[in-house]
Each structure stands twice: as structure tokens, then as C-alpha cells.
Design a protein around this ligand. Structure first.
Ligand SMILES: [Ca+2]
Ligand SMILES: [Ca+2]
Ligand SMILES: [Ca+2]
Length: 606
């Protein structure tokens, strides 16, 4: 039996962020999802967000074919299916670890040489994918998690240009597509694809109605569909409440309709060319917001948070957190324009907010230079490489579920490896001490709060904003969603309680200062960049921007890198540096590049 906390920890590791089993806290809830699109740099695009779309990271390097990817469904925050174009047979990819690894499913013998456009899953082992072109279409089905696939397309629909699919349960599935016999195709099966019924009741065959590109079922009775008229002149939304016997027109607009997502029977979001529309009263009233041309994908988790993606004239990701009143548009990632994006899917389950691993010092051998330090959460293996080329210290300390909490606990000038065990509140400082302080859900925030030269065990409790420093103080400062940033602004005095609020860029140091620096999704990286005192600074994960307050702005690193500023030269000045998990690269700006860790090794702090 695997350790459940470990499983949860490992399954939610993503480049740039670590998510811990902490209470959601006040404020916005966080969700994880993916968007997919055009091939670039030799492989299809899959972007992942674990913070509700504030930051995105590309996945699948070395794992994906050089094909455009078109359809994605997030079953839960760790599990997703992606489909795309054919490179001999249609592309189907699956992840169960949050996208760290993507595995191709199906074989050339099972999957036709057709471009796949949409994928859906009711959860469990059932997955449906549709696609094709004017000449041939396919309805692919697996009931065993992708081990075997079967084409369930009924005779006579091979030229239906199937593009929409939704399955509310393992037996029920709707598939939609182009025009056949003068009106759009809606097929439904209630026996997992063994038999199909074409649905034409109500408004399906209104004059001019031509195709239905998107369908979203709430259950086997209630479903929503979006389509377009001849020549894509107008879009329309249909709804059924009787399992599809009758479909009734809900609303319509200009240009083509592309995708629809029904959160429940009341809340529905829809994407059409240049418009995002939504209802929260089951279709009685609709609101809308202009978007870019070819808004192809839409996903939502409730009536507040939704995401949309566009394909052309430029790739972009749209995000609202206030029910559509305002939208944030992301057009560039890593210093480049986004590729064209087809669909987006966020899992309905919440994920913990992003947290920050805090340590108090990185000089483990006391030579005055910060050292490279990585650990492996799976088994508590540490590797500390004194900079730049000395032999690394490798040892096991702590185990699954523990969090690094290094500091100079005995005050001898060398950083002591340490771990905090949330399950029990154990602090274990290697060769120094073991003690209990804090409890499950707490974040270790070791620092020298008393100013006596020795690191003090301390915790931040996101659920209440409590800071508790062992033997020193207790205070309430900050709240859930804030990243704890204990900092010594002068570089000479005791550490102060401080937070960075990623949603707004707020920095607050208790009794010292309060200001805004940075933008939503930035990561706090305070360090002694000028050599005197501590500069407040942020790292922007999507672009590699370092903004150091009052000093400079520069770009160093790539999307997915962990910022690792430190005094690696021993000159008393911190340098921007990054750790790249994909390769184990440690790059210190203007100083060195070396390779330590990689794979499932994480930096000890960030
Ligand atoms: Ca050192
Ligand atoms: Ca020490
Ligand atoms: Ca102290």
C-alpha cells in the first residue's frame, strides 16, 4: 500500500510549483487543467496550469509526436486525455501524473489514419474520441482505460464530419457533426456504442442549420449543443431535457459556434467565433463578452471561473474569475506568442493553492558560498553539491511526505539539512536535534527570528494566517493563498514575518513595509542582489523575467525553471540562478552551468 500523502504529493508535482496538502483557505479556489494546440519545435502543444490558469507550463517534450493536438479532457487534476492529428494513425495521449509523463495509446492497427478532434471521458476506464474529415469519420471507444480501442461509428455516418462528443456515464454518449440529409448530425447511444439513434426532434432541423461542433451533457437527460448555420454565418445553442427527443433553441448569434461546456443544468458556458456566452439560469438569460476570432475551446468549473482558448488570428488563453465580468488574456508564454490553441479543459476538483518551500541558508559546508541542493521527495534522498565542482554529499534524510526545512539551527555558520514532517509536526535537524512543532497543514518557515544567529523552527498556517516561531513569537499575518516570505530587510537584523500575495503582487513585511511589486502569478525571490541588505524581487515563471526592486529587470531561465538565487561565488552578492528539472541544469547567471539532480529531484528551496 503506497503512502497516500506521498502519492498525492508526487502526483501533483509540476515544474515551477509544488502543491502541498494544505487547506484551501479563504478566497479563490484553485483548479488544474490543460490546453492543447498546434505543433511547435517538433512536438504537439500541451500546456498545463495548476493555479487556475495564472501560470502555464508546456509539457510533453520528448513524449509527443510532431502533430497538432486538438482535443483535451481533464478527468481530474492528475488525469487527462488528449487527441490530435494523425501521423499514420490518430494521436491519443494519456497522463495519470498531472502531465509529467504522456503516454501514447492505441496502435496503428486499432486507430484509423484520421485526424481526431475531440475527446471525452465520464471518468473511470471509458473514453470516447471523434474525428475525421469529409471522406471518413470515426467514433473511437475504449472501456479498459485505453488498452483496446474500437471504432463504434454506425453505418451511414462515415461522411458526417464528426466533431463533438460528450458522455455523462459509461453507457451514454452523444456525438455530433456536420450536415447529412440537410440538417446537422446528433447521434446518441445508450449502450456504449452498440446501437445509435439519430436525433432530429424540435429545432435540430431548422432551415439553415448545418453542423453541431460542440455538445456537453449534464446527465443522460439533459444536454447542450452549439452549432452553426450554412457557411458558418450564425451560431445557435440547443438544449434537451428529455434525453434528446426534442432539442430547443436557446440563443443565437453571428458567426460560427464552436464549443460548449455545461457545468450543471443551470450554468453553461459557450464559445463561438469572437464571442464567449454564458447562462447561470438554465438558459433563460444569457450574457456575452467579445473575444478573439476562432474562440474554439471553453471550460468552466462553476459560475465564476471559466477559461477559453483561441486558434487564430492569434493563440490566446482567456480567464475569468468573476463570472465573465472581466477577462485576463494571455497571448505570450516564455517570450513567444502562443501557438494556436483548440480546446481547454479544467478538472472540477479543487487543488491546493501554490505554496513556497522556505529554507534559512544554503551554505552546507561553511565555505561562504551557497551550494546546490536537491532532494527526492519519493525517498528522501538528498544531494548537496558544494559549488562549483566539489564531490556532492549524498545521503537519505527524511522520507515521503517530509518537507526540507534547512537552516543553521546550531549557529555554527554551516547550514544544517533538516526536514519538517507535516503529519506529526516533527522537525528533524541532521546531527543537531529532533523536536515537535506545528501540525498537519502547516508550512515550515525556518529563519532566525530572534536574531541570535541560530535558525528558529517556525510554521505558517495558511488556514488562519498564523505564524508561530518556537520560543519567540506568535502572530497572525497573511492568509490562505499568500506565500510566506520571512525576510531580513537590512541583512543584519532578525528575520521578519512577511508574505507575498501572488494574486495581486502585494508584499507585506510585518511592522516594516507594504507595497506592490510584481504581477499575478509571479514568484517571490528576495535575496541580497546588491550585496547590501535584501532586495525584494519576483521571478515570472512563464517568461523567465527577474524583476529586482530598485535594481534591475532581466531575463534568465525558461518556463518551468525553478528560481534559485544565491551567493554561489561567495562574494557577498546573490546572483539570479535557475534549476531545470528536465535536465538537472543549474545555471548561475554570469558564473557557471552545472548539472545536478533532474528528473524527480526538486530543489531543496524555492
Ligand atoms: Ca558552501
Ligand atoms: Ca549549523
Ligand atoms: Ca534564532
Amino acid at each position: 500500500m503506497k503512502n497516500r500523502f506521498l502519492s498525492a504529493l508526487l502526483l501533483t508535482l509540476t515544474p515551477g510549483w509544488l502543491f502541498l496538502a494544505a487547506p484551501a483557505g479563504a478566497g479563490l479556489e484553485y483548479f488544474a487543467g490543460w490546453t492543447v494546440g498546434e505543433s511547435r519545435d517538433g512536438y504537439g502543444t500541451i500546456l498545463r496550469s495548476s493555479d487556475g490558469g495564472r501560470s502555464w507550463f508546456r509539457q510533453g517534450v520528448g513524449q509527443l509526436a510532431d502533430v497538432d493536438l486538438a482535443g483535451v479532457v481533464a478527468v481530474d487534476p492528475d488525469t487527462a486525455w488528449v487527441v490530435g492529428k494523425s501521423d499514420g494513425y490518430g494521436a491519443i495521449y494519456h497522463t495519470t501524473d498531472g502531465g509529467r509523463t504522456w503516454t501514447r495509446k492505441g496502435t496503428a492497427g486499432e486507430i484509423p489514419d484520421l485526424d481526431l478532434t475531440k475527446v471525452t471521458s465520464p471518468g473511470g476506464k471509458t473514453v470516447w474520441a471523434v474525428g475525421g474529415d469529409v471522406g471518413a469519420s470515426t467514433i473511437l471507444h475504449t472501456a479498459d482505460g485505453g488498452r483496446t480501442w474500437h471504432d463504434r461509428i454506425p453505418d451511414g455516418y462515415e461522411q458526417a464530419e464528426l466533431q463533438g462528443v460528450s458522455a455523462p456515464d459509461p453507457e451514454t454518449v452523444w456525438v455530433t457533426g456536420g450536415s447529412l440529409d440537410g440538417y446537422p448530425v446528433i447521434l446518441k447511444s445508450e449502450d456504449a456504442g452498440a446501437t445509435w439513434t439519430r436525433q432530429s426532434g424540435g429545432d435540430v432541423a431548422r432551415p439553415g442549420y448545418h453542423h453541431i461542433l460542440g455538445i456537453s451533457a449534464v446527465d443522460r437527460e439533459t444536454a447542450w449543443a452549439i452549432g452553426g448555420t450554412i457557411a458558418s454565418a450564425d451560431w445557435f445553442i440547443l438544449k434537451t431535457s428529455d434525453g434528446g427527443e426534442t432539442w430547443n433553441l436557446q440563443t443565437e448569434g453571428a458567426h460560427d459556434g464552436n464549443e460548449i461546456h455545461a457545468v450543471d443544468a443551470e450554468t453553461v458556458w459557450a464559445a463561438s467565433d469572437s464571442t464567449i456566452s454564458w447562462t447561470t439560469d438554465g438558459g433563460l438569460t444569457w450574457s456575452s463578452h467579445l473575444s478573439y476570432e476562432y474562440t474554439m475551446g471553453i471550460s468552466a468549473v462553476d459560475s465564476r471561473q471559466a477559461w477559453a482558448v483561441t486558434y487564430s488570428w492569434k493563440g490566446s488563453i482567456w480567464r475569468t474569475e468573476d463570472g465573465g465580468a472581466s477577462w485576463t488574456v494571455l497571448e505570450r508564454l516564455g517570450g513567444r506568442d502562443l501557438p494556436g490553441l483548440w480546446t481547454v479543459s479544467f478538472a472540477p476538483q479543487t487543488v491546493p493553492p501554490p505554496l513556497r518551500l522556505v529554507v534559512d541558508g544554503k551554505d552546507y559546508n561553511g565555505d561562504g558560498r551557497d551550494d546546490v541542493a536537491v532532494w527526492r521527495p519519493a525517498d528522501g534522498r538528498w544531494m548537496i553539491a558544494p559549488h562549483p565542482t566539489a564531490r556532492p554529499r549524498i545521503f537519505h534524510y527524511g522520507g515521503p511526505g517530509d518537507l526540507p526545512a534547512s537552516g543553521d539551527y546550531d549557529g555554527d555558520g554551516t547550514t544544517d539539512p533538516a526536514v519538517f514532517r507535516p503529519a506529526s509536526g516533527l522537525w528533524a535537524v541532521r546531527g543537531v536535534t529532533r523536536l515537535y512543532y506545528g501540525k498537519s497543514g502547516d508550512i515550515p518557515v525556518p529563519a532566525d527570528y530572534s536574531g541570535n544567529g541560530r535558525t528558529d523552527p517556525a510554521i505558517f498556517r495558511p488556514s488562519s494566517g498564523l505564524w508561530a516561531v518556537r520560543g519567540v513569537t506568535r502572530a497572525y499575518f497573511g492568509a490562505g493563498g499568500d506565500l510566506p516570505v520571512p525576510v531580513d530587510p537590512s541583512g543584519e537584523g532578525p528575520a521578519r514575518v512577511g508574505i507575498f500575495r501572488p494574486s495581486s503582487g502585494l508584499w507585506a513585511v510585518r511592522s516594516v513595509t507594504r507595497f506592490y511589486f510584481g504581477a499575478s502569478g509571479d514568484y517571490p525571490v528576495p535575496a541580497a542582489y546588491s550585496g547590501s541588505g535584501r532586495e525584494f524581487a519576483v521571478f515570472r515563471p512563464g517568461t523567465g523575467l527577474w524583476a529586482i526592486r530598485g535594481l534591475t529587470r532581466l531575463y534568465f531561465g525558461a518556463p518551468g525553471d525553478y528560481p534559485q538565487p544565491g551567493d554561489y561565488s561567495g562574494g557577498g552578492t546573490s546572483l539570479p540562478a535557475v534549476y531545470r528539472p528536465s535536465t538537472g541544469l543549474w545555471a548561475v547567471r554570469g558564473l557557471t552551468r552545472s548539472y545536478w539532480g533532474g528528473g524527480d529531484y526538486l530543489p531543496v528551496s524555492w
